[in-house]
Design a protein around this ligand. Structure first.
Ligand code: CP
Length: 306
């Protein structure tokens, strides 16, 4: 059976730390890796829109000397003729050495992996998980803070549908001495199953609030998120909740000088563009880091050592 990454917990903490070390080496010495994947092919199967995840996967494989194929919308594949996801993935696994797949249905990459002869990476499944964004986030936190333990992180915005939040809470719950502050409107609270599995089962303390202002001075990391319009059942609820939090320079006046501001992007208007100039804004560095951690993951799943 090929090795898949469907959930971030498919990787051990040691493996994640190793991926971060390899990504750091790639950032320092990219030329060392430029032929690592010659004659290898990555397929990107995106049944849902993406800018960063798809293009960073493709950029990662090209930087490793490999090549890429795939599609960026279901309408341009035989899915439009009624082909199942299983048959699509089985077909692509005959052509590619590794597959990154995004799908609007929770669990679709897991189901697809049962039909694949090559490793499958979940590039985001509905409102469920996004493990490679989490690897990106962990690399960014490691680069900003120099460690992955002993800090207070606030998750702010749409914690219900925000798959990057679910995966990162899961991942960080395996590191020591992390304090979680969950900031959202009542309607967009972190799902109970994530709280039960990641936090309550391990007796990890967490706090829930709807006030970003009240907790801002306590935060070492602020993880902002977009309200996920595409997951709402009615537009009225989205319009009511979409501007629940808008981070501005004024809102940051009470924040620590050492705060790191992360956002998986895309942003809509939950972070004012003027915040981009704040030295604490780390989200554009996060975008760059995404390529390197995906390079490291591709090498690992293809069992290639440089
Ligand atoms: N962070 C993220 O998943 O961005 P895209 O939707 O653009 O891939």
């Amino acid at each position: 059976m090929p090795r898949n990454v469907i959930d971030v917990t498919d990787l051990t903490v040691d493996e994640i730390n190793q991926l971060i070390a390899v990504a750091e080496d790639m950032i320092a010495s990219p030329a060392k890796y430029q032929n690592a994947c010659v004659h290898k092919q990555l397929a990107t199967l995106f049944f849902e829109p993406s800018t960063r995840t798809r293009l960073s996967f493709e950029s990662a494989m090209l930087a490793l000397g490999g090549s890429v194929l795939g599609f960026s919308e279901a309408a341009s594949s035989s899915t439009a003729k009624g082909e199942t996801v299983g048959d699509t993935v089985h077909t692509v696994s005959c052509y590619a050495d590794i597959i990154a797949m995004r799908h609007p249905k929770e669990g679709a990459p897991y189901a697809a992996a049962q039909f694949s002869e090559v490793p499958i990476i979940n590039a985001g499944d509905g409102g469920h998980n996004h493990p490679t964004q989490t690897l990106t986030d962990l690399l960014t936190i490691h680069r900003e803070k120099g460690r992955l333990d002993g800090f207070t992180i606030g998750f702010c915005g749409d914690l219900k549908f925000g798959r990057t939040v679910h995966s990162l809470v899961n991942a960080l719950s395996r590191y020591e001495n992390i304090r979680f502050i969950l900031i959202s409107p009542t309607e967009l609270k972190l799902p109970r199953y994530v709280k039960e599995e990641a936090l309550k089962k391990q007796n990890i303390p967490y706090q829930q609030t709807d006030s970003l202002d009240a907790v801002m001075p306590e935060l070492d990391i602020l993880y902002m998120t977009r309200v996920q319009k595409e997951r709402f059942f009615n537009e009225e609820d989205y319009l009511r909740l979409k501007d629940s939090y808008i981070l501005t320079p004024e809102k940051l006046e009470n924040a620590k000088s050492g705060l790191s501001i992360l956002h998986p992007l895309p942003r809509v208007n939950e972070i004012a563009v003027s915040v981009d100039r704040d030295p604490r804004a780390a989200y554009w560095k996060q975008v760059k880091n995404g390529k390197f951690i995906r390079m490291a993951l591709i090498l690992k799943l293809l069992d290639i050592h440089v």
